[in-house]
Design a protein around this ligand. Structure first.
Ligand SMILES: [Zn+2]
Ligand SMILES: [Zn+2]
Length: 261
């Protein structure tokens, strides 16, 4: 893409979006939220990881959750990026939000479209996280999914029937909430979602895909939601003065720095 076009796109989201921080001991190595001092992972990622640990090859512990989540931006409670994550689904006033998220996705594909492949191993499949709320018709997230690399072959992933009626129960990481009709043996699947709050939905689906045979699941999300009604998160947002610095397209969302070679 020519530099002037990139620059114009960048300016449009610069004051709204901001790159997630990936620094060991500062942010969670999986989901990029703040960590308690002395930890590499946040509390929730530690809990989900220990819940889905199985005995793997040579009796070594193997984890079925995704160990890499790639959020494209932080979205802080009350700020525009956070509002965008709801507005883009809104039929009335979604245009600006939809445009910014389209740009965010397109900039990722153009500048970092092969970074997940190079960081681990080539991506072979793409699954879009289904809604567990019984929403009818195509999910609004499909608009962005269509922009993702064409060689990530679509894998059908749907919500299971008979989900619990209780919303809090549905937030749990539970592989039984999903259905995938394929044997995914040998595949590296990118699981795509809009917003990561606790990661319950995505990690439940990641475990489902692993149980279906996937060798690796990487979660790609538009936004890592940061809820500042929790003291340590508010402190993290204040300390890093989010959402500044403005979104910088050259920062790799996979590494938090330079792109993997
Ligand atoms: Zn985490
Ligand atoms: Zn990159």
């Amino acid at each position: 893409m020519i530099p002037e076009v990139l620059d114009r796109l960048r300016r449009e989201i610069a004051g709204v979006m901001t790159n997630p921080i990936r620094v060991a001991g500062v942010t969670c190595a999986i989901c990029t939220r703040e960590v308690d001092s002395g930890y590499q992972l946040c509390f929730r990622c530690r809990v989900d990881r220990s819940r889905f640990e199985v005995s793997g090859r040579f009796g070594l512990p193997q984890n079925l959750t995704s160990d890499l989540v790639v959020p494209l931006t932080y979205a802080v409670l009350g700020q525009q990026a956070y509002i965008d994550m709801f507005k883009y689904k809104d039929v009335v006033s979604f245009e600006a939000a939809q445009r910014r998220l389209t740009l965010l996705t397109a900039l990722f594909v153009v500048t970092h479209g092969s970074c997940i492949d190079r960081f681990s191993r080539p991506v072979t499949g793409l699954a879009v996280l289904p809604s567990l709320t019984g929403r009818q018709g195509p999910h609004p997230l499909e608009t962005f999914a269509q922009l993702l690399p064409q060689d990530w072959r679509r894998i059908q992933l749907t919500a299971a029937l008979n989900l619990p009626a209780d919303r809090n129960q549905r937030r749990e990481a539970n592989p039984a909430f999903y259905r995938c009709p394929y044997n995914l043996s040998g595949h590296h699947v990118v699981l795509f979602d809009d917003a990561w709050v606790t990661g319950g939905h995505a990690q439940g689906a990641a475990v489902h895909l692993r149980n279906a045979g996937a060798d690796r699941v990487t979660v790609l999300v538009l936004a890592r939601m940061l809820k500042t009604d929790f003291g340590p998160t508010a402190e993290f947002v204040r300390k890093h003065n989010l959402p500044s610095p403005p979104y910088e397209v050259t920062v790799c969302p996979v590494t938090g720095g330079a792109c993997p070679q």
